[in-house]
Structure formats: C-alpha cells, structure tokens
Design a protein around this ligand. Structure first.
Ligand code: HSE
Length: 404
C-alpha cells in the first residue's frame, strides 16, 4: 500500500482526493497496490467535509510519520511549498506537485535530491493542466531533438484575447469578465503580464533541451498593451493575436520568449481559443506534434497529479528522472531572432507611409476606416534590425512579431 499526504485542500488538492477515491479500483489495478490518502494538510477547517477525519494543520505530523511514502503538493507558491517538498524528499518520501512556480524556481535542486535518494519528484500538472506534455517530452520524444516548443500556456489570457478578437471588446472589459468567471485573479498580473506562461515554457524547455532554462532569463511580455485597434487590424489581415510562450533552436542558438504574436491561419495554434491550452512541438525526427486540452480546472489538473501518483507508486523502488542537467543553458539575445513584424502607426500622411514602406521593405499597408493611422507587416529581419529602423518613426505605437 502507498500512503500519501495531500498538501493543500484547494481546488486541485480536493480534486486529487476526489479522483483517488472515485478511481480507487482503477488505480489499484494499474499500480498493483492500494493508494490511500492518510493526511490532508491545510490551514483551514472544513466542517462537514469527509476530509475532516484526515485533516491536519501541522506538516510535522506528515513528515514524522514513516508510513507516509508520498507527498502531493497542491498549495502553490514557493514558500512553504518548497520547504515542505524539500523536507519530504530529504526524509525519504516521494513527491509530486502541480506547482509551476516551485518547479521553475527549485526544480533543479528538488530533482537532484530525489535522484540522490533514489526517489521520485514528478510534476506533470505544472504545465498545461490536464494535457499530457511533460511525460511525453521526457519519455516519448527521446529518439530525436526537439527544435521548437511553442505553446498557448495560459488559459486566462487566451480567453481574453479570444473575446477581444471575436467580440471587438476592449482589454479592460474582457479582463473584468475573466475575473467575474474566476479565470483571472483579483491581481491578474501573473497571467496578463506573461509570468505564468514564462515559468511553464522554462519547464518545458528545460526538459526538452535537457539543460536548465532559467525563467528569469526569458524575455517576457504580456497582453496588457493589446488594443481593440490591434485586433481590428490583425483581423483585417487574416491574422490572430495569441500570447505565445516559445523556445526555438536555430543554427545552434536557443531563443526563448513569452510575447503576443500574430498567427497565420494555417498555423496549428491559430484555432486554439477560449481557456484551452495547446503546445506545438517540432522534432527533427517526429516532425510537428500538437498537444491540446484543458490547461486548468479542478479535475483535468488533478487527473495529471494523480497520474504522477500512479507513476510514482509503480516505480517506488527507483528514480524515474524527468529532469535536466543543472548547468544553466545560455539563451541567445532575441535581437538576433529573425521574424516579420506587425507594425502599427498611430498617425501618418502619405509621405510617412511611403517612408515606412521603404524602410521596412513592405509593399502593402492596411488602413481601417474606423481607426486612425495604418499598419503593415515588415519584411523578415532580425529584431535588432527592426529596432534600428523603428527608432526613426516616433509614430509607431505597436509592434507584434509574426510567428513563423
Ligand atoms: N492562471 C493559469 C491559466 C492557471 O490561466 O492558465 C493554470 O496554470
């Protein structure tokens, strides 16, 4: 029997307890042994909830109980979550987590402890919620090199951009709706400024490239400056604006970014809308792959956590290592990355249009009757070249790279 402790009885933690109970027979058949939750740790009380029987407020009860072989962390954050998971591993207990912030910041250290102690530290739910992506990356895609991972990894911002695109609404307006529906937090910065997606792509890139990619090195831009006018121009050009988290290997250089980008209709991520997430993976042997599904939500995310529980229970006598080499991978400056760019001028007469077209190597401009100024797509050039040219045009009010 595997006895587990769930740390945190919020949305995901309660989902984990629910699935472990509801799917008990299935899990027993899969693992060959019963998995039972001996404790749930939370600061709160839950009067009337069956969890009351096993609820504890002191982590030391779990840590000092030799019967507990697995700690399931669903608290979030990098404070107590880090302290508890590290202590559990050091005490010889396996661990799994749904917490991307914990994995992005302390993954290398926690993985090293797990390996040293022949334990498991798994985190399938930390990226893409219910979408299987971490295990495929470290176990199914090992017969070749991954050359690109590009994901819509944040459901809240994808919901907002979809609403702006389809309903012609303003950023502030769709943010309020996302908050009312419980997708965006009262302080929405982690989502709308791209920090959530940044941590997720750092984890995926580290696994895919086999070397630690530090989220703090990833250039991150959110969606806060995307306007109704940008959406209207993009729509007119047949393009869709998405928040993309991306890591690409080109000529031996590794580029990573989180940024709004324009997608053409043929791109596999073009149709991913609403709160859904998707991850596009390009491999030199596999070609293009797509992983799509619910990137958040109680049961989809909890099911990924429980899949880790099953994996750990089946491999409780050995370390299945999902990680990377700890030596930090140096990312190349994005000024060297080549792209086309969507550029919008807030104002301009025929002379400015002519100068802009010449400077950016473009033949076609888009003018919308309802919007002042004009917009166009540049020729392909490095970001550095774009920035040099753009310095001569103070009328530029928006630039968004086009995804290739
Ligand atoms: N805030 C995240 C999102 C939740 O909107 O995708 C899942 O990590």
């Amino acid at each position: 029997m595997m006895k587990a402790a769930v740390l945190g009885y919020g949305t995901i933690g309660s989902g984990v307890v629910e699935i472990l109970e509801k799917k008990k027979d299935l899990i027993t058949a899969e693992t060959g042994q019963e998995v039972s939750v001996k404790y749930v740790l939370d600061l709160r009380d839950f009067p009337g909830d069956p969890v009351e029987r096993i609820l504890v407020h002191d982590f030391n009860i779990i840590l000092n109980d030799p019967e507990v072989g697995l700690v399931i962390e669903t608290m979030g954050g990098t404070g107590k979550a880090y302290e508890f998971v590290k202590a559990a591993l050091l005490a010889g207990k396996h661990a799994c987590t749904s917490n991307k912030a914990l994995v992005a910041k302390y993954g290398s250290e926690l993985l090293a402890i797990a390996r040293e102690k022949n334990l498991n530290f798994q985190f399938e739910a930390s990226v893409g919620g219910g979408i299987p992506i971490i295990r495929p990356l470290y176990s199914c895609l090992t017969a070749g090199n991954v050359t690109e991972i590009t994901g819509i990894l944040n459901g809240t911002t994808n919901f907002m951009l979809t609403k702006m695109d389809r309903e012609g609404r303003a950023y502030e307006d769709v943010l309020k709706e996302a908050q009312a529906l419980g997708y965006a937090e009262r302080d929405p910065s982690a989502d709308v400024e791209g920090h959530d997606a940044c941590r997720k792509i750092a984890i995926l890139a580290s696994i895919a490239l086999g070397q630690f990619v530090d989220y703090e090195d990833i250039e991150t831009r959110g969606i806060t400056d995307i306007t109704k006018a940008d959406m209207a121009y993009a729509k007119e050009m047949g393009l869709s604006i998405k928040l993309l988290a991306s890591c690409k290997v080109e000529d031996g250089k590794v580029y990573a970014s989180v940024s709004p980008k324009l997608l053409r209709e043929g791109h596999p991520l073009y149709t991913v809308s609403g709160v859904f997430n998707a991850v596009f993976v390009r491999g030199d042997m596999t070609g293009d792959l797509m992983f799509y599904g619910s990137g958040a939500g109680k049961l989809p995310t909890a099911s990924a956590v429980v899949a880790d529980v099953v994996e750990i229970t089946k491999n409780s006598d050995r370390c299945v290592y999902p990680g990377w080499r700890d030596e930090k991978l140096e990312l190349s400056a994005n000024t060297g990355a080549v792209n086309q760019y969507f550029v919008r001028f807030s104002a301009g007469d025929k002379e400015v249009e002519k100068q802009a077209l010449e400077a950016f190597g473009t033949e076609e401009i888009t003018v919308l009757r309802q919007e002042p100024g004009f917009a166009f797509l540049t020729a392909r050039m490095t970001r550095g070249e774009y920035e040099e040219k753009a310095a001569a045009f103070p009328q530029i009010c928006q630039m968004i790279p086009v995804q290739e």
